[in-house]
Design a protein around this ligand. Structure first.
Ligand code: GLC
Ligand code: CA
Length: 546
């Protein structure tokens, strides 16, 4: 049994979690003090988005030192304290491993720029002439460096030069970084854009005139990816560490090669399919939410991985706006927030909950683009400048910006939402007076307490942990219904995605059976026999089939 399968994780984006030393920036002192809270949600581990030194061109995903802690967040010693306390509380810790690129301020890059006979010369991807690839964040994927007299590749921002993973020394560095953190006691890694690390030899041109992703066929799941991943796997295995890969644009078939068989190199893959039920690639194209699209994506992964591998279950992270504002409904804030929790926490896989999701934080709507800090949001605003009026572009930012997930955590209704005694580094969502941890602690039907009860229920049921998955009514536009089955014990999860009442017909095999209502989100509905579901109502029934 793989240890991570019966767990759930809480993701901390430290800068906005809790400011422990009063400078307006979240830090590891704040995390230390809030570990009991994290534990109280019922999770078993924490994933830290990068907390290493970084000039913050991409808020931590541009790392300038892999073996240290960002001074904004504390010290290595403070990290060790957090780690020890977390372990004492029974919480595992996984770190973000960002090795597709470094910061341009990393020592390796500063050396590499110096010339071709530098020991770090081949740590990055240098060319005399660029190819036609675009960066995913800004303009072309190549930047000319005066000092070196060549162009370097950057799939993300200019300040994130891509490492040359074909260089065995670079791979050795990655393995050494892994060992450094594993020796310190961390329990595994979330591996950033890991399916991009092997680029096709010769870096051929991609499809012309396809913005942003035209070159992707030459670096996604590249020619040597599985060899490199096997090397990293060996290190992780020695420590029984979990490896979770982030696979942007991954599809099920290519994911399977990381997850199963001889090339298995990851325990789980963070897929994006189900996060594209209201968009294409989050910030590029916004579409109306389609439940059918969502269910289709979830069901494909649930079915394909059953018995073969394991899913990451998530609805939010630091790269996506808030889920209530997307797949839920701010007018039915509590109902849709609790329904969304119920809809995904009982799937097969390891749930991830992003800070603030458990209290139903929603998107912020800042008045101008200058208020936003995220490079992707700002560059996308520019990208569409020529053909969309400003209001439309700002609307696009309101619905899709990653910054919506990066506003300070709302702890209580005091000044700055209890996040910091001084003005925080980024805007607090003005709804903090209503939406905060404190106001939900003692309310049985609060979003927070429904998360708690769902995690507790999941943990004590073999069916919910390991059972098979089957979906009913896949084409139904406002109802998501699925069952989990393990031996004789069935669970039936029914979620209404409608702002109107709807009458639900149970699948034939459940009709006339004794159904026990084990989870529900509407006060007064504990009877569970009414076929009419109120807006965003969700119920989970347990049933024994003899
Ligand atoms: C991943 C991260 C994202 C970052 C990008 C580049 O997608 O989750 O935040 O911007 O990689 O590192
Ligand atoms: Ca601080």
């Amino acid at each position: 049994m793989d240890w991570f399968k019966e767990m759930s994780f809480y993701q901390i984006w430290t800068r906005s979690f809790s400011d422990g030393n009063g400078d307006g920036i979240g830090d590891l002192y704040g995390v230390y003090d809030k570990l009991e809270y994290v534990k109280s949600i019922g999770v078993d581990g924490i994933w830290f988005s990068p907390i290493y030194p970084s000039p913050n061109a991409d808020y931590g995903y541009d790392i300038s030192d892999y073996r240290n802690i960002h001074p904004d967040f504390g010290t290595l010693e403070q990290f060790q304290k957090v780690l020890n306390k977390a372990h004492r509380l029974g919480l595992k810790i996984i770190m973000d491993l960002v090795v597709n690129h470094t910061s341009d301020e990393h020592f390796w890059f500063q050396e590499s720029r110096k010339g071709k006979d530098n020991p770090y010369s081949d740590y990055y991807i240098w060319r005399d002439e660029p190819n036609n690839w675009d960066s995913l964040f800004e303009g072309k994927a190549w930047e000319y460096d005066e000092m070196r007299g060549q162009y370097y590749l950057h799939l993300f921002s200019k300040k994130q030069p891509d490492l040359n993973m074909d260089n065995p020394k670079v791979r050795q560095e990655v393995k050494d970084i892994m060992k450094f953190w594993l020796d310190m006691g961390v329990d595994g890694f979330r591996e950033d854009v890991i399916n991009f690390i092997s680029k096709r030899e010769g870096l051929p041109d991609g499809i012309p005139f396809v913005p942003a992703i035209g070159g992707m066929m030459h670096y996604k799941d590249g020619p040597h990816i599985h060899e490199y991943m096997a090397e990293f796997r060996k290190v992780a295995e020695r420590y029984h560490a979990v490896q979770i890969g982030e696979g942007p644009m991954t599809n099920l078939n290519s994911a399977m090669r990381y997850l199963t068989g001889d090339s298995k190199s990851l325990d789980m893959m963070i897929s994006f399919d189900h996060m594209m039920a209201d968009c294409l690639f989050t910030e590029y194209v916004n579409l109306p939410f389609s439940l059918v699209r969502f269910k289709h994506a979830v069901s494909r992964w649930q079915t394909a991985l059953n018995g073969k591998s394991w899913n990451v279950l998530y609805l939010e992270n630091h790269d996506h706006p808030r889920i209530i504002s997307r797949y839920g409904n701010e007018d039915f804030w509590r109902e849709s927030g609790t329904m969304l929790a119920i809809c995904y926490l009982f799937l097969q896989g390891t749930p991830f909950i992003y800070q603030g999701q458990e209290i139903g934080m929603t998107n912020i709507k800042l008045p101008t683009i200058d208020h936003y800090k995220d490079i992707a949001s700002r560059k996308n605003y520019e990208r569409f400048l020529s053909f969309e009026p400003p209001e439309k572009r700002l609307h696009r930012v309101h619905v899709s910006s990653r910054d919506s997930a990066r506003t300070p955590m709302q702890w209580d209704n005091s000044k700055n939402a209890g996040f910091s005694p001084v003005e925080p580094w980024f805007y607090v969502n003005p709804n903090y007076k209503e939406i905060n941890v404190k106001s939900q602690q003692d309310n049985y039907f609060s979003i927070l307490n429904i998360y708690r009860r769902c995690l507790a229920l999941r943990k004590k049921s073999k069916t919910l942990l390991h059972g098979s998955y089957r979906e009913f009514y896949p084409m139904h536009p406002t109802l998501y219904m699925y069952e989990r089955v393990y031996e004789k014990i069935h669970y039936l999860v029914i979620c209404s995605f409608s702002e109107k009442k709807q009458t639900v017909t149970l699948p034939k095999e459940y009709q006339g059976k004794k159904l026990q209502l084990v989870m529900y989100n509407i006060a007064g509905h504990e009877d569970g026999s009414d076929p009419v579901f109120t807006p965003y109502e969700a119920r989970v029934y347990r049933c024994r089939f003899d």
